[in-house]
Design a protein around this ligand. Structure first.
Ligand code: PLP
Length: 460
């Protein structure tokens, strides 16, 4: 494809994406296709001769669209959002066009320095400890996902711990995301303790210390604890400050998973929920969930970058250069598992500049307002009970007639195709999660969701 053709097709593709965003609201949210249906539309073998781009692009409608679940629909109330925005898509396009590798500072200084600057901005915007800035002992790095960051943190914790791996123990609440358990496995640690939670589904810090003491008595070595700000099930917030004190007392690495709720901290009124961060060792949150920056874009901060770099650095001769040896630059390949890295900070930088902090705050507060409005409807209807308080923009509720009524309702809501919610289980009871955070979700979308729920929930 010549650059002249690229220009022409590129304009057409941007038009296609804009049309998609303008009309996605009318699509069934959950893909209606059967397993194998999309595969059957794709030839068995790759073409020997190149095809016309117009034909290739036409398959977006013919092949791809029927197999899409529309995460960018404003009727998306499922899981957590994986929201995007036009400016973020443009940032992604520019990053793909530049296709630079930022593994070393010298392989593209802009890739590293924009990332450092943007993550330092976020430290201020989210009210995080100033020592996490690149000018301090800590620092931030963009990774693919919160799972990657948590896995990285657990590997660093394992290396920093003096005990043999078989004696190490990791702690998290029984409401923590499954990525913690996976990270423990990846780190090769055998022992994971799932700590009990209180009636708001937050980790019980007394139970945590009791289990730590029991393990110490048994000759084991507690090496890390992962607390959560905004659990996946109900957005519960663990008592970070208390967990930090216990972690410090017994020498554990304390990692905080704020994958979804981290974005809320751009609004100062939520920051009381992250008290104690000045005593944690690492922290992660996802701009790709609620900060209008398309997947993938996760941020990982460490309070002290030394143990991270010591764990991740390997310098073969072909990666040595003067800038690195001077010690005056950041080489991000030493901050994560992968060597190569793309220019992911570009889209985040553009989102922060285009929305401005005030713009992001406005949308976050609006989503929270919509969630509280929805929660009030749940509370005002005798058919339903809240499962957990609505701290952010997730409302968790069940039908009070029991399991069948709740499960049937979730199925009926999604079967309309007009909206999508998630069901889950807590304390052996099913419940429905309504997660409000898609970039273009407004009052009318939540009203329509409520009408569907009202129509399909059995009357008692
Ligand atoms: N942690 C929490 C609390 C989550 O809710 C999720 C995903 O929903 C994750 C981690 C995993 O995020 P990622 O897909 O970025 O690995």
């Amino acid at each position: 494809m010549s650059t002249a053709e690229f220009r022409m097709h590129g304009h057409a593709l941007v038009d296609w994406v804009a049309n998609y965003l303008d009309t996605v609201e009318d699509q069934p949210v959950l893909s209606q296709c059967d397993p194998g249906a999309i595969r059957s539309l794709i030839p068995e073998h790759a073409p020997e001769d190149g095809e016309e781009f117009t034909d290739i692009m036409a398959d977006l409608d013919r092949v791809v669209m029927p197999g899409l679940t529309h995460w960018q629909s404003p009727n998306w109330f499922s899981y957590f959002p994986a929201n995007s925005s036009p400016v973020s898509v443009l940032g992604e396009l520019a990053s793909a066009g530049l296709a630079s590798q930022g593994m070393l500072w010298s392989t593209s200084p802009a890739v590293t320095e924009v990332e450092c600057a943007v993550l330092d901005w976020l430290v201020d915007l989210l009210g995080l400890p100033k020592s996490w800035k690149m000018t301090g002992p800590g620092g931030g790095v963009i990774q693919m996902s919160a799972s990657d960051s948590t896995h990285t943190a657990l590997v660093v914790a394992r290396e920093r711990c003096n005990a043999p791996i078989d004696l190490q123990v990791v702690y998290t609440s029984n409401q923590a995301h499954s990525s913690i358990e996976k990270g423990v496995r990846i780190a090769g640690i055998k022992e994971l303790r799932l700590i009990d939670v209180d009636d708001r589904f937050a980790m019980d810090s007394v139970a945590f210390e009791t289990v730590v003491l029991r393990d110490l008595d048994n000759g084991l070595t507690p090496s890390a604890v992962v607390s959560t700000i905004g659990t996946t099930g109900t957005t519960a917030v663990d008592p970070v400050e208390r967990i930090s004190s216990i972690a410090r007392k017994h020498g554990l690495w304390h990692h905080v998973d704020a994958a979804y709720a981290g974005t809320a901290m751009i609004c100062p009124e939520f920051r009381y929920l992250q008290d104690g961060l000045n005593k944690v060792d690492s922290y992660t949150f996802n701009p790709h969930k609620w900060m209008f920056t398309n997947f993938d874009c996760n941020v990982f901060w460490v309070a002290d970058r030394k143990p991270l770099i010591e764990t991740m650095t390997i310098v073969p001769p072909y990666l040595r250069d003067k800038a690195s040896e001077s010690g005056s630059v950041v080489d991000y390949r030493d901050w994560h598992v992968s060597l190569g890295r793309r220019f992911r900070s570009l889209k985040l930088w553009w989102v922060l500049r285009s929305y401005g902090a005030a713009g992001i705050r406005y949308h976050v507060r609006e989503h929270v307002r919509l969630a509280r409005d929805f929660e009030a409807r749940i509370l005002g209807d005798s058919r339903f009970a809240l499962v957990a308080p609505t701290l952010f923009s997730l409302v968790s509720f069940r039908h009070i007639s029991g399991e069948k009524a709740t499960i049937d309702l979730a199925v009926a809501i999604n079967a309309t195709g007009k909206v999508m919610v998630t069901s889950s289980i807590i304390n052996e009871q099913s419940f429905i999660r309504v997660s409000i955070g898609q970039t273009r979700t407004e009052q009318n979308h939540v009203d329509a969701l409520w009408s569907i729920i009202d129509a399909h929930a059995i009357r008692r």
